[in-house]
Ligand binder design. Sequence first.
Ligand SMILES: Cc1ncc(COP(=O)(O)O)c(C=O)c1O
Length: 432
Amino acid sequence: MVKFICKKPGKKSIAILKRDEKVISPSYAREYSFVFKKGKGSYVYDVDNRKYLDFAAGIAVNNIGHANPEVIKAIKKQIPLGLHAAFGDFYAELPVIFTENLLKFVPKNFQKVFLSNSGTESIEAAYKLARWHTKKKYVIAFANCFHGRTMGSLSMTNSKPVQRERFSPFLPVKHIPYPYVYRMPFKNEADCTNYCINKIEKTIRYVKGNVAAIFMEPIQGEGGYIVPPKNFPKEIRKICNDHNILFCDDEVQAGCYRTGKFLAIENFNTLPDIISLSKAIGGGIPLGATLASQKVMNWSPGSHSNTFGGNLVACTAGIATLDYMKKHNLGENAAKIGKYILKRLDEIKEKYEIIGDVRGLGLMIGVELVKNKRTKEHAIKERSSILCKAQEKGLILLPAGVSTIRICPPLIITKKEAEQGLNILEDSLNKR
Ligand SMILES: Cc1ncc(COP(=O)(O)O)c(C=O)c1O
């Protein structure tokens, strides 16, 4: 039988849930029984025609809103001309245009791009490039990080034990604590930073400097929407410079203006060596990109390639998506509405014992739930019941980390829609 995590799905939803259970891999961890029918802007509808405000955006994919008309128009124009140009073997103009345009969104230090289809592939490319370029063996990643689920990225991913169970042996990765200020026993951010940086220094010494790269999410996503101290990425940059290590910045979830800036790392006034992008960059079509300087991306023909990288429909969608993001100042809207949401959540936090921490940048906001503000014991069951209540009231939310609610709506969201979502969230806190 289908395990209904939330109550009362409609008749049509139930029928699809039953069919899904028969044929779809059980490895997907569905949060609740929402069955998508269509989306428009910041709203989605289930197959029973129930309308929901979307505070999940397909986990930070639908930054430009559902069914964006400009992306649809671009795709429709391309479809009769061709879908697949075998970009790994031949040449085509669309992937080149997409890449040229993408490079205009990032600092001039980046001149070369490898194209792929997903977040994990954009990380695999970064990982292989770092190993190839430096000829070194280890990489450093962080506790609670999520970089994907193929074997290279999974060797780093460790936000939940279930993601790694039975999959070892892994590639040579050393894990270091991420500066999770709210849960670390330090007096201030500087002590927290120093603790993690010392651990990295020790690890580099332990492996005799044989470190190709440090992989970091500028804001941890799956791990719990954790924002590091302001100077932490700069300290990582410094270590990388000192030890000839590449700084690999995973922007798969935090990138594409989610935090107000095109790259989340730009909020921290530093620059990485390799950037991985995906999720929002295709406007809903699978697309991944790995960026580096010409000097770093110097691998030889045949050292890395794929079948679908540079896919024509994906690149057309990517071009239209970037245009839309720029034309509609989505970074500014993310920063403005994000500030408003954070302010309201800070007020809500004062009223409810269950809210331990509110943190975020732009529209990447985490609300960490605890049983008790002093002990900070995770409120796991309570979170499930709040997510369910919210869904019943017409708001789609997703969890992150052990007991955090993630708030990542489309970046086109209006203040009125944000207000509507926050009212439902507060109501769900009251009625769980
Ligand atoms: C930060 C980060 N990196 C990588 C990935 C992997 O992306 P994908 O699921 O497209 O492989 C994700 C997915 O959630 C992510 O959040």
